[in-house]
Design a protein around this ligand. Structure first.
Ligand SMILES: [Zn+2]
Length: 68
């Protein structure tokens, strides 16, 4: 039986028609890999982190004053 390693997580995947996502072990790993190719980042479906910057601390007052 042919076995390959999932390109995303390295798990052993049996290379059979039964494995829908081959060479990936799961749809999740396939989407991760395709997503990485599509936009150059490793975005994981369902685990999107909100990094829009809402929680970034405001510039300290001394920093702002130094500008003017
Ligand atoms: Zn995998």
């Amino acid at each position: 039986m042919t076995r390959v390693n999932c390109p995303t997580c390295g798990r052993i995947v049996e290379w059979t028609p039964r494995v829908t996502w081959r060479p990936f072990c799961s749809e999740r790993c396939k989407l991760i890999d395709l997503g990485a190719w599509a936009d150059g980042s490793h975005r994981i479906p369902g685990e999107t982190a909100d990094i829009a910057g809402q929680d970034l601390p405001a510039p300290s007052k001394s920093e702002a004053d130094r500008e003017s």
